[in-house]
Ligand binder design. Structure first.
Ligand code: ATP
Length: 611
């Protein structure tokens, strides 16, 4: 939902944008029932809130009515006792109404916060169960917006919209009844005046809203520029391509437009106030005039106090009428918010734990692919009829040109995606029948794109095993060949890794991620070897960490280096999603096929470089 934007208050929310008009949500019974289901657990608090609103709105009208009595019976009637009684009564009613108002705000906020707490938790849990496909195909910004501003919007709907409808309707009805009771002619004049106030308010509001909308777009543009250019990668790109001036000009231009809009917006507000104050003062004057004529010429029972009460009540009507005119907009907007949130809730969970999950006693790490076919999108098959078996204690290297489906193959083992045809077995059980937690906790993956959380090395390691002892941490780091580096840091294991681990080199990050996986001690180890050119010392250190692993563990390696390939028991050569060749290096190298080509163009060169 486009927010009110900088400086946009209630007026900014009073109109629908073209986009909002075009995407009006369909309000069905199901939608309303679903919304009510979130309110249901709090129905008791809700009823108390409604009672508070009804009482405080009714009470808030009383001081206006008492003003008439103060004037007629106290001042004009020269009765000190009544004057004091009415003044005290009026103050007591105001105080009482405000006190109830405080209780109402508290309850209201409490309900709204609890509903949004329920929704946020529900959404987070739901998103966690979404598959990899969901995260790769949805914009991260959109996911965050739904989690944050959409749910906050709903909160606001609950705290303001429904309470304002109720309190405004009650205030209006009570004010109208009181006015008609005093004098129907003046009450009728009052009703005619109210639209005179609301029409210009809406016209001024619309202009202001348009400017706010433009300011919002400009603000988004500025945020976009800042997001892109003020990030580490963005700044690197700007610096390396010498685009500082270009980016500065873009920023300066947007910034300039923003200040012009801010000035216009502020002035529109100023003119708006002039219009409103003029019109609000016309209303009472008209009532005084008509009331004066009535009192002096026709209706001798009408008192000064009555006219004052009617003027005061008229003043109390402007606000509620104006808010109620905006209700439709608030309603459409809130329905749109709920629809957007429910849209996410309704997304099917693609990878689910089976109904009766199998949890074997011990994991060995055997993997078997049987006639596996897979595609991310229906029209393009990525893996075609893959068959292979990896026995516990042995290792397999997957090689192949870029895009041939190597990473896709390993993604199927921990069920980041499910096969379209065939089956993947882990220890002879179809992975779709295994308990997901069991399966994933027995597989350790070191990816090319190492992800470390912003925190210390220790925190990153403990993420996989919160109860690991110091000795275990050190052992894992030693085996991953990173302990020397850690020891040389002033803070040792408590060294901060920076945002996404950017304070570390690619090689260091990768070795920490190896240590992290070693700490997990999985039955099956999958290693996606970095293709990026690390310096040969770094590479040698990583290699020294991996080689013993390959020897001692059941492992699958997506390999780009000859030494890794040589260490594996079998090589699978993938091309266009099929296993084109398989065997050992000595058998494949002279065959003149895909492997020979890869060897000549990649592995041999890399091996020569490393020597
Ligand atoms: P590399 O060696 O470059 O990492 P790879 O052999 O590991 O390549 P994959 O990452 O498995 O290749 O990709 C195989 C094909 O699937 C590629 O053509 C890629 O464009 C496509 N692909 C990968 N991930 C997705 C995705 N999430 N959605 C759609 N297509 C994808």
């Amino acid at each position: 939902m486009p927010g009110p934007g900088p400086g946009g208050g209630r007026m900014g929310r009073a109109f629908l944008s073209e986009e909002e008009k075009a995407n009006r949500p369909k309000v069905t019974k199901e939608l309303l029932v679903r919304i009510m289901s979130y309110l249901k657990p709090y129905w008791k608090q809700l009823i108390v809130t409604l009672i508070c609103i009804a009482v405080s709105s009714t009470m808030s009208i009383l001081p206006s009515v008492l003003t008439g009595k103060i004037i007629d019976e106290g001042l004009i009637g020269r009765n000190m006792r009544l004057l004091i009684i009415y003044i005290i009564l009026s103050l007591a009613v105001t105080l009482g109404s405000n006190m109830i108002g405080v209780a109402e705000s508290y309850l209201n906020t409490w309900i709204a916060q609890h509903i949004s707490y329920d929704m946020r938790n529900h959404m987070y849990k739901h998103l966690q169960s979404m598959s990899q496909r969901f995260f790769t195909s949805n914009n991260q910004g959109d996911i965050i917006t739904r989690m944050t501003s959409d749910i906050s919007g709903v909160e606001q709907v609950i705290t303001s919209t429904y309470t304002s409808i109720l309190s405004n309707v009650i205030t209006l009805v009570v004010a109208l009844v009181a006015m008609f009771q005093k004098n129907w002619i003046l009450a009728a004049v009052g009703i005619v005046i109210v639209p005179l106030f609301t029409i210009p308010t809406r016209a001024a509001g619309k202009t202001r809203w348009e400017i706010t909308n433009e300011a919002q777009k400009c603000n988004d543009e500025i945020n976009g520029i800042l997001n892109e250019t003020m990030s580490v990668s963005g700044q690197t790109l700007v610096k390396l391509f010498c685009r500082e001036d270009y980016e500065y000009d873009k920023y300066e231009d947007a910034n300039g437009r923003m200040i012009k809009l801010n000035i216009r917006q502020s002035m529109a507000g100023r003119w708006f106030r002039v219009v409103i104050t003029t019109i609000t003062s016309v209303g009472p004057m008209l009532l005084y005039l008509v009331g004066g004529i009535l009192m002096m010429k026709y209706d001798s029972s009408l008192t000064v106090g009555d006219i004052t009460v009617l003027v005061a009540l008229l003043g109390r009507m402007y606000g509620p009428v104006n808010s109620l005119l905006n209700i439709q907009v608030d309603w459409i907007r809130s329905m749109a918010l709920f629809t957007r949130i429910f849209e996410y809730f309704d997304m099917k969970v693609e990878i689910e734990n089976p109904e009766n999950p199998v949890i074997p006693k011990e994991a060995h790490g055997n993997v078997r692919f049987e006639n596996v076919c897979f595609s991310y999108e229906p029209e393009r098959q990525i893996l075609k009829n893959i068959n292979f078996e990896l026995k516990s204690g042995s290792s397999v290297a997957i090689v192949g040109p870029s895009g041939s489906g190597k990473s896709t193959m390993i993604n199927l083992i921990p069920r980041l995606y499910d096969v379209n045809e065939g089956a993947v077995y882990f220890d002879d059980v179809d992975v779709r029948q295994l308990d997901l937690k069991y399966l994933r906790s027995n597989i350790g993956i070191v990816t090319q794109d190492t992800y470390l959380f912003n925190g210390t090395i220790r925190e990153n390691l403990l993420y996989v095993k919160p109860d690991a002892t110091e000795a275990e941490l050190i052992e894992a780091c030693e085996n991953a060949n990173i302990y020397d580096f850690i020891q040389n840091q002033p803070d040792g294991l408590d060294t901060m890794v920076g945002n996404r681990g950017l304070k570390l080199s690619g090689g260091e990050k990768q070795r920490i991620s190896i240590a992290r996986v070693l700490l997990k001690n999985p039955a099956l180890m999958i290693f996606d070897e970095a293709t990026s050119a690390l310096d040969s010392i770094s590479e040698a250190k990583i290699q020294a960490a991996i080689d013993p692993l390959v020897e001692s563990r059941t492992s699958i390696l997506i390999a780009h280096r000859l030494s890794t390939i040589l260490a594996a028991d079998e090589i699978l050569v993938l091309k266009d999603g099929r296993i084109a060749e398989r065997g050992q290096h000595k058998d494949l190298v002279g065959k003149g096929g895909v492997y020979t080509e890869l060897y000549e163009t990649q592995f041999k060169i890399k091996a020569a470089e490393d020597v």
